[in-house]
Design a protein around this ligand. Structure first.
Ligand code: F6R
Length: 607
């Protein structure tokens, strides 16, 4: 959701900024821009669309200077045009921004009354012009930036650059993440450690309300009350910030293939080798004292929560409530004593999930974060952090983070079942043994990629696709549909198979592929009845099941994927593989932008 970067360096800033923006492009790609100060003179270059357009522009219109800021945009206020691209500027101030300024209309009216003219439709321009007004009134740059920040309501990570000042960037954070990178005689700022990884591994994260004055000599951080703040400098593991395709055509393909390794990695972090005990970090959770779990997340992470509800309720006998984070707090749900609230987020920065967490902060007994980025806001505001160890996920469509979230949540459900004695030690051990075997089974599923690709080529002709599943295959049907629509732009819906006859069946005709996710479990026969309802109406049933299931389904099935068998609890993790591959190959067949689908961004830091 917009990426920002800044450098006070010893070398030309433009190439450094563009290289860092490349690593931030997953946050938005509607436009990109940079500004530098060169011999005291502030200037900028901006271009609509992917970063490559800005790079091309810089070849013909280079921008010199060793101090600069840059931005890659995911449009909120104002269309994705060059005029609306960041950096925004007044006469002597340039600003890059991630977030939304909620009171921009009020500030705009105030500035308009003073005769200020506006050229963009963005909220960010107001920030630049307000700072400009304070400069014009005689304020020093730092003071002008701080006074501006004091006037803002909403969510922001901001960086200010000033004409005439080649050793100064002023930054502020309220909501979206912002990090300071410490170099040798150079300083950097950026939206995350991934952007800064080639530049430095020494990072300081700002906290909400913080603002900082950056010079080449270092950073002076102040908290929301203006007091000097001492924020920890962390050493970042650079292997956790690797972003290359390793020979794959797309990050998504690479990340799908990485899943067996990631699942094995998760297991190794939570289950010591040779043991049948699940060990949580810090003081863990004593599930004998838990009366209720509340799981909340957005998008794919929410689908992981819905899957986990089946596990927690069935295996550990704990009542579970799940909710989409963007709706959760509007109901003002009362949290009874003994409630543990769990927030699942790959990025750890999703604004709605963070808002739901903050709603629970003083109401739940415990706040638990299941995140991929341990330094993220959601992790930092949680009492217990359960990392998913998926490594950097770059493809906008989440794949390996989903199966890693599922694996962590499954282990948590087993731990709950063991603590509450809802499963015997032997039953837990059997399940852990099956889980240890899962990476190998996932590899076998990945080998079915060619079969899935053949189906995808046919599916790519469709206008609508339905996904059906029962039990834990229901959330996976939602996930399969989400994946397909977000990267192939084909309209897709996931339904509980039993719900088909209550409405969606009206959509079925010979043009509608219906993907039925049905491992050979105790729900198989019922799901087959639903498949037959599809076939009877001329629908094209794609069956994803094991060989026994496919044989039982008979000849009405249009196409099928013969999945390897696995323990019944683990089918949602295993069957995620063909669901993801189907979306991937369909998108490739349609020629869409797989890793950066239109209108989306990887880290959604606005509500
Ligand atoms: C879909 C997808 C999104 C995210 C959602 C939450 O493929 O990636 O639906 O799952 O935006 O993001 P995180 O997990 O970062 O909170």
């Amino acid at each position: 959701m917009c990426g920002i970067i800044g450098v006070l360096g010893d070398h030309e800033a433009a190439p450094v900024l563009v290289e860092a923006l490349k690593r931030l492009e997953y946050r938005g790609y509607d436009s990109a821009g940079i500004a530098t100060v060169n011999h005291g003179h502030l200037d900028r270059r901006r271009a609509v669309g992917k970063l490559v357009n800005l790079s091309d522009k810089l070849v013909h219109e280079p921008l010199a200077g060793k101090a600069g800021i840059g931005h890659t945009r995911w449009a909120t206020h104002g269309a994705p045009t060059e005029v609306n691209a960041h950096p925004h500027r007044g006469r002597t101030v340039a600003v890059v921004h991630n977030g939304i300024i909620e009171n921009y209309r009020e500030l705009k009216e105030e500035l308009a009354a003073l005769g200020t003219e506006f050229v963009t439709q963005t909220d960010t321009e107001i920030v630049a012009l307000l700072a400009q007004r304070y400069v014009d009134e005689g304020a020093e740059p730092v003071d002008a930036a701080f006074r501006t920040v004091d006037r803002l309501k909403g969510a922001f990570a901001l960086a200010f650059l000033f004409d005439g000042y080649e050793d100064l960037i002023v930054i502020a954070r309220m909501g979206p993440p912002l990090a300071i990178g410490h170099g040798d005689g150079e300083m950097y700022i950026g939206s995350d450690a991934v952007a800064l990884a080639p530049l430095t591994d020494r990072i300081t994260y700002l906290e909400d309300g913080d603002r900082a004055v950056i010079t080449r000599a270092g950073a002076e951080i102040r908290d929301a009350k203006g007091a000097l703040a001492n924020r920890e400098m962390r050493q970042v593991r650079l292997d956790a910030t690797r972003v290359d395709k390793a020979g794959y055509r797309h990050f998504m393909a690479k990340e799908i293939d990485e899943q067996p390794t990631v699942v094995a990695e998760v297991i190794s972090h939570y289950v010591p080798s040779g043991s049948d005990e699940i060990i949580l970090p810090d003081d863990g959770i004593d599930f004998t004292k838990v009366n209720r779990l509340v799981l909340s997340a957005c998008g794919t992470a929410f689908n992981a929560c819905m899957t986990a509800k089946y596990w927690f309720e069935k295996l550990a006998r704990i009542p579970v409530e799940i909710d989409i984070a963007s709706e959760f707090r509007y109901r003002e749900p009362p949290l009874v004593p003994g409630t543990v609230s769990v927030f699942v987020s790959q990025s750890g920065e999703t604004a709605d999930t963070l808002a739901a967490l903050r709603y629970c902060a003083d109401k739940a007994d415990r706040i638990v974060a299941v995140v991929n980025v341990p330094e993220s806001s959601i992790a930092r505001e949680s009492g217990l952090v359960l990392p998913i160890h998926a490594g950097t996920e770059i493809g906008v469509a989440s794949t390996k983070a989903f199966t890693a979230q599922l694996t962590v949540l499954y282990l948590l459900a087993l731990k709950a079942a063991a603590d509450r004695k809802a499963l015997s030690g032997e039953q837990v051990a059997d399940r852990l043994s099956a889980l240890r075997g899962l990476p190998a089974v996932m590899n076998a599923a990945l080998d079915l990629g060619d079969a899935v690709q053949r189906i995808a080529i046919a599916v790519s002709e469709a206008r609508d696709v339905l996904f059906l599943g029962r039990g834990t295959m229901y959330p996976l049907a939602l996930e399969g549909a989400l994946k397909l629509k977000e990267i192939s732009y084909i309209h897709a819906e996931g339904y509980a198979a039993g719900e088909l006859k209550h409405g969606p069946i009206a959509l079925i005709d010979s043009n509608v592929p219906v993907v039925v996710l049905a491992p050979g479990d105790d729900l198989f026969d019922k799901t087959m009845s639903n498949l037959q309802e599809v076939v009877a109406r001329g629908g094209k049933a794609v069956l994803i099941s094991d060989e026994t299931g496919i044989a039982q389904a008979g000849s009405g099935v249009w196409m099928s994927v013969p999945m390897p068998k696995v323990h019944g609890d683990l089918t949602p993790i295993l069957y995620a593989v063909p669901a993801q591959q189907l979306a991937y190959h369909t998108a490739v067949a349609k020629g869409t932008d797989v890793d950066q689908p239109r209108n989306l961004a990887k880290s959604v830091t606005v509500e």
